[in-house]
Design a protein around this ligand. Structure first.
Ligand code: HEM
Length: 488
């Protein structure tokens, strides 16, 4: 083949590739936007990416770099600061919301938005859990289940239990050399939620359940490929094991009550077994088990991660550590000599520690975003949220908005001095009818943990995984080898 004909061939291949790219990048637009002709509002700016994968590749790539927020900043650069964009992610055409006002509107409008979690999450967490049930059912079960874990007064009952376990775990770790710190705190938060929900303290069952939850959570975050060897497949198996163990617990509880009706445990499982709706219908075992799977998971995973990060961040910032420690020493100093252990009043006095925790929640934003789905065509800010489209409420963008939080990548608890965030600008626990029911419990657990850690311990020999905290942007770490050293 002559030089000229090769050149023609290469040009044709190149032009063909460009044309194919042009077509492929418009497929989603033709398919999904084509159906919206004649609507009175326009879709927000943005693009729907490639067929099937949409913008997932860009999203996942950004979260593998040192700057995960480049995903959003690129969108803002291309489509402006409006805070509402169209996109295609997690297999669906979606509206991405990054403005505080937009987030607040979506989260507080139950008439127009419902949960919109990917089907894979629904399957793993449970079709009868809060992520899937009807609006009315959610309202009823939410009222029932949130009371024992909401409000500091109710929670003060658990302070001695949390305290006892924090003290003994820190002491145990300090004698163990290097430990997987996240595994440790996760086990601790799991023990606490198991105690509240199932009055359970049995070490073996707890250990087994906690292991299954670790596998389940890998699956929730993984691609939904249900083939042996993949995380999602393993998570399905873990869910089956969790169901079997919890079913045995429910059976045992029912049996015990049949044998001795006065032997009721007065914990969350007890409440779930006896609650009736207005027609006298009780919950089925499937419903009870899905609620337990959801609560036990939500009730330890996030608190475990936030506790780990708060500890790492304190240890990484000596002046902040010193100020937080001084506050805790002052609390102990002012305590009547006869008093043993922390009181709710003392926890409420931990002003600076509360700022440390809020700043950790903002800086980490463990729940990067939440999913909703538009129940009808909705207009927000002059843009159309089409019926059936998913809505990604992107908390992390709000928490990293320099106009709300100057130098957002800097961990600075003092930014909370005399600062009350406006509605929609601080969303670590979400907002609206699905605001995290465990927010007070989480803050209480973390405060008690940090109280004892600051007073008596420090964290040492942090392995390279933990060095991630020094990156300008926090990223989740799988685990972190550390040594808890007693200093007192
Ligand atoms: C620092 C720790 C925690 C963080 C960052 C966190 C974060 C969140 C967020 C952002 C949501 C809202 C989800 C949405 O809008 O769809 C949520 C919901 C939820 N959280 Fe938490 N959470 C934490 C601790 C807990 C604890 C300790 C419990 C257990 C009592 C818990 C139980 C739940 C439940 C059951 C829901 C679903 C609520 C509903 O749909 O009505 N969380 N959490």
């Amino acid at each position: 083949m002559g030089l000229a004909s090769s050149w023609v061939l290469y040009t044709a291949i190149f032009a063909g590739a460009l044309a194919l790219r042009w077509v492929l990048l418009r497929v989603n637009k033709w398919v999904y936007e084509g159906r919206l002709k004649g609507k009175s509002y326009h879709l927000p700016p943005g693009d729907l990416g490639w067929p099937l994968i949409g913008n997932m590749w860009t999203f996942l790539r950004a979260f593998k770099t040192k700057n995960p927020d480049s995903f959003i900043s690129n969108i803002v650069e291309r489509y402006g600061k409006g805070g509402i964009y169209k996109t295609f992610m997690f297999g669906n055409p979606s509206i991405l919301v990054t403005s505080p006002e937009g987030c607040r509107k979506v989260l507080t409008d139950d008439d127009n938005f419902k949960p919109g979690w990917p089907t894979s999450t629904e399957e793993l967490i449970g079709k009868k859990s809060f992520v899937s049930i009807s609006y009315e059912e959610h309202k009823r079960l939410r009222r029932l289940t949130s009371a024992p874990v909401n409000g500091h007064e109710a929670l003060s009952l658990y302070i001695p239990y949390i305290e006892k376990n924090v003290i003994s775990d820190l002491e145990k770790w300090s004698k163990m050399g290097n430990i997987e710190f996240l595994t440790g705190v996760r086990k601790l938060t799991f023990k606490i939620i198991m105690y509240i929900f199932l009055s359970a303290e049995s070490g073996d069952v707890m250990e087994a359940l906690e292991k299954e939850y670790t596998i389940l959570n890998y699956g929730v975050r993984a691609l939904a490929i249900n083939i042996p060897g993949f995380a999602f497949h393993k998570a399905f198996k873990a869910r089956k094991n969790l169901v079997a163990t919890l079913q045995a617990t429910v059976d045992e509880r029912r049996q015990r009550e049949r044998e001795n009706s006065s032997a009721r445990e007065k914990d969350m499982l007890d409440a779930l077994l006896h609650v009736e709706d207005e027609n006298g219908r009780k919950l089925t075992d499937e419903e009870i088990i899905d609620l337990l799977i959801m609560y036990l998971n939500a009730g330890h995973e996030s608190s475990g991660h936030v506790t780990m990060w708060a500890t790492l961040l304190l240890q990484g910032h000596p002046e902040i550590f010193q100020r937080a420690k001084a506050e805790q020493e002052e609390i102990v100093k002012n305590r009547p000599p006869t008093q043993k252990g922390l009181t709710l009043r003392e926890v409420r006095k931990m002003e600076y520690l509360s700022q440390v925790i809020d700043e950790t929640l903002r800086w980490l934003t463990f729940s990067l975003m939440v999913f909703r789905e538009a129940k009808a065509d909705v207009n927000i800010g002059g843009y159309l949220f089409p019926k059936g489209w998913k809505v990604l409420v992107w908390f992390r963008a709000v928490h990293y908005d320099p106009e709300i939080y100057p130098n957002p990548e800097v961990f600075n608890p003092s930014r909370w001095d005399n600062f009350t965030p406006k509605a929609g600008t601080f969303l670590p626990f979400g907002a609206g009818s699905r605001l995290c029911p465990g927010n007070d419990l989480a803050k209480l657990e973390i405060s008690i943990f940090l109280h004892y850690f600051l007073l008596n311990y420090r964290l040492e020999r942090v392995n390279p995984g933990c060095e991630l905290m020094y990156l300008p942007h926090p990223r989740p770490v799988d685990n972190c080898l550390a040594r808890v050293r007693k200093v007192a």
